[in-house]
Each structure stands twice: as structure tokens, then as C-alpha cells.
Design a binder for this molecule. Structure first.
Ligand code: PEP
Length: 252
């Protein structure tokens, strides 16, 4: 079944509000040309969400958050709730990014709680999974990815699963300049699709599975032409308008 490709830029801890608005203004025209055929979102840091929400008005660019806390409110210094993200205009939320898993103690259990919080606020989760280099070399890629997908999506109904995006991001390819080959990506994406079919039946054919890990204009088209690669989660290259636009066009 045809799935509309979904490309999301993860800006990580880059860009002040003014810089973020300048970047969105550069993205406008290029992304507009792909409108309707590719879904596009950007995930600025929390401090720039409001300004970016204003700046994307009148465009097809959507707003994503980079993380969320699972509690609705309370004494959680430094955290941001899903309701706050919805209030800021976010339609998507990234959870389980490998940097959160490796540097900030994210687990499959906290990913699942965050998925629940986002869904409760009407925000669509982008659930990141992926193996480390050691796990790949030990032939544990599929086992690790399966555990992360099962953990992050545990107990969700098929109807709810239909609105989720999974991002396969091999940790060894993130920010390293090393990209999975299109065959390596397709192998894992197909395994994820098979697992999603087990979890949600035929809705698995609607779920977008993004690839992430050093996606660049030079490799985007080849990666996204694989049958189970339905777009990209883009880090470094999403900070340059020209590169991000080229990647979005690579999904056409
Ligand atoms: C990411 O952080 O989600 C990512 C894929 O980063 P990069 O494109 O820089 O590898």
C-alpha cells in the first residue's frame, strides 16, 4: 500500500529562536514544492517551539518535539508535559532517541510511558529504535530492535498503532557520517514491518518507518526508495536548508 513519506528534521540542541525562524523561512519554498506528496516536520529545541510555530504558519511544515515527560504536571523540574507540547503546536513528538537512551537513561519502559502521554495529548509519536555497533557486530540487531519496538508500543491497539511512526536509527550511523546501506536499512525495516503486522495486523501497512543515521542529499533517495523505508529522521543535515530540502525532494 502506498504510504506518504514522512521526513522530520531533528535539530537537537541547536538554534536560538531567531536562528530557528531564519531556518524555517529558508525551508518554506523548497518544502512547499513537495507539499502533499511528502509530509515534513521539524523538531526544534523547546525554547524555539513557539517562534517556529508562528513561522510555519501558512506552510505545510509541521512541528515536532524532541522529547516529553510522561507525567501530566507536577514537581518535575526541567521537564515538559505532552499537554504543554500540544499547546505549543506540536503534532509529533520524538521519543526514545538513542541520545536520550545513551546519555539520559531512557528505557523501553519510559519510552512506552512517553508514547502514552503523547497520544493522550493528541500528538503522534515518532518512536526511535536502533542497535549499537557492538550489538550489530554480535549479530543482535534484529533482537535489539524487536525488543525496543515491542517495549515502546506495548499494549497499543491496532487503531492507535496506525498513527505511530517508527524511526530505525542504527546508533553507529547517527552523527558519524556512516550510513547503513540501503540493503541493511531495508532488512531491518522489513523485520520491523513484520513485527508491526504481528502487533497490529493490516495497519502495519499504514505505519511509516523512517530511516535515520547520517542521511544526506547524496544517499537520501537511494535509502527512501527501499520498499519499507518511508521517509527519514534527519539530524545534522536538517540544519542546512539546502540539504534538508534536497532530502525532502529525495522522497518524491
Ligand atoms: C538523529 O539524530 O536522529 C540523526 C539521524 O542524526 P544524523 O542525521 O546527524 O545522523
Amino acid at each position: 500500500m502506498a504510504r506518504i513519506p514522512f521526513v522530520c528534521g531533528n535539530w537537537k540542541m541547536h538554534k536560538t529562536a531567531a536562528e530557528a525562524v531564519a531556518l524555517v523561512n529558508e525551508l518554506r519554498d523548497g518544502v512547499g514544492e513537495a507539499a502533499g506528496r511528502v509530509q515534513v516536520a521539524v523538531a526544534p529545541p523547546f525554547t524555539a517551539l513557539h517562534a517556529v510555530k508562528q513561522a510555519i504558519g501558512g506552510t505545510r511544515i509541521e512541528l515536532a518535539a524532541q522529547d516529553v515527560h510522561w507525567e501530566a504536571q507536577g514537581a518535575f523540574t526541567g521537564e515538559i508535559s505532552a499537554a504543554m507540547l500540544a499547546d505549543a503546536g506540536c503534532t509529533h513528538g520524538i521519543v526514545g532517541h538513542s541520545e536520550r537512551r545513551q546519555l539520559f537513561g531512557e528505557t523501553d519502559e519510559t519510552v512506552r510511558k512517553k508514547v502514552g502521554a503523547l497520544l493522550g495529548a493528541g500528538i503522534r509519536p515518532i518512536v526511535c529504535v536502533g542497535e549499537t555497533l557492538g550489538e550489530r557486530e554480535a549479530n543482535r540487531t534484529l533482537e535489539v530492535v524487536e525488543r525496543q519496538v515491542r517495549g515502546g508500543l506495548a499494549g497499543l491497539s491496532a487503531e492507535v498503532l496506525a498513527g505511530i511512526t517508527v524511526a530505525y536509527e542504527p546508533v553507529w550511523a547517527i552523527g558519524t557520517g556512516k550510513t547503513a546501506t540501503s540493503a541493511q536499512a531495508q532488512e531491518v525495516h522489513a523485520a520491523i514491518r513484520k513485527l508491526l503486522r504481528e502487533l497490529g495486523g493490516s495497519v502495519a501497512d499504514q505505519i511509516r518507518i523512517q530511516y535515520g543515521g547520517s542521511v544526506k542529499p547524496e544517499n537520501a533517495r537511494e535509502l527512501m526508495s527501499q520498499p519499507d523505508v518511508d521517509g527519514a529522521l534527519v539530524g545534522g543535515a536538517s540544519l542546512k536548508a539546502k540539504d534538508f530540502i534536497a532530502i525532502v525532494k529525495g522522497a518524491l
